[in-house]
Design a protein around this ligand. Structure first.
Ligand SMILES: [Zn+2]
Length: 298
């Protein structure tokens, strides 16, 4: 039996909001209900999108809500050597190639499938210079996995995404590279996160396989939306989590995840909330999609 290792991995693009709380809570309860470890990783690999002070605000909020992470917080900005090592492993296997296509050029080639890279640079053997991306050579094969919340998922990366980017033209590591290397290197056994990332999961599993690693399991939680049906995010103006009355917010997040905390738990202390939540947590109760957010005062 492998011990359970879960994680929460926010990007420091802004303060945590109700949507982030749902992901933090689901991953935390799933780890604690399995007597597992819960790691905290700050995904700071995209400096242009990051907000000053966001990391310390995130840590402060998690502490105020009573989340207890195991070990030291890891920062992707300090792990570039690992990402470089993964790139060189793939380069040695002749799985990487250089691409200088712009988004506009890609859309112009296949306007009917703008999300897929058509492989323009696959056999061009471009020398790597500045403003060049690195892409992974993919194979035409179907990849499937079973998500305990979303069900069976099948995906053909070559046909649906094409050769995808691991290093960006603007000089930053792609999210898919950093997150896959970290999950693999930290021995994560199950990733529990919002289903806005479901579309990225097949690429992560595929990449971990190409790096000779074992992919974790993946469970995707419903995503909280605002009244206009947009995913809660900094861009859609989500309200930062208040530092007062954390238990009320936690109870709402737990209800959102299909559980029914007794009303009196709203008035309880943090210890009492966490005791109840860990004891009663069941992933199978989590709905595939958000049932309704209308009743949520977020
Ligand atoms: Zn290209």
């Amino acid at each position: 039996m492998h011990p359970y290792i879960g994680r929460f991995a926010p990007s420091p693009t802004g303060p945590l909001h109700f949507g982030s709380l749902v992901a933090a809570l689901g991953s935390y309860l799933q780890a604690r209900a399995h007597q597992g470890r819960w790691l905290l990783r700050i995904e700071d690999i995209d400096p242009p999108r990051e907000a000053p002070g966001a990391t310390s605000a995130i840590l402060k909020t998690l502490e105020a809500y009573g989340f207890e992470w195991d070990g030291a917080v890891t920062y992707q900005s300090q792990r570039h050597a690992l990402y470089e090592e993964a790139l060189s492993q793939l380069r040695d296997k002749n799985r990487l190639y250089t691409c200088n296509c712009s988004r506009k050029m890609i859309v112009a080639v296949t306007p009917d499938q703008p999300q897929r890279y058509p492989g323009t640079c696959r056999n061009r053997n471009l020398l790597r210079t500045q403003s060049m991306a690195l892409r992974l050579r993919t194979e035409d094969a179907s990849l499937s996995f079973n998500d305990p919340v979303q069900g069976a998922i099948a995906h053909n990366i070559y046909r649906e995404d094409g050769d995808f980017i691991l290093f960006r033209r603007d000089g930053f590591y792609a999210y898919v590279l950093a997150v896959s290397v970290d999950d693999m290197q930290q021995g994560i056994t199950e990733v529990v996160r919002g289903n806005d990332l479901l579309g990225a999961t097949a690429r992560q599993i595929y990449l971990i396989q190409q790096l000779d690693g074992t992919a974790p399991g993946y469970a995707h939680l419903p995503v909280a939306c605002n009244a206009a049906g947009e995913k809660l995010s900094k861009q859609t103006g989500a309200i930062p989590l208040p530092l007062t009355q954390p238990v009320r917010q936690l109870c709402q997040a737990l209800s959102f995840l299909g559980h029914a905390p007794p009303p009196e738990l709203n008035q309880a202390g943090l210890d009492e909330f966490w005791n109840w939540a860990i004891r009663n947590w069941q992933l199978k109760r989590v709905p595939e999609k958000a049932i309704s957010t209308a009743s949520l005062s977020v």
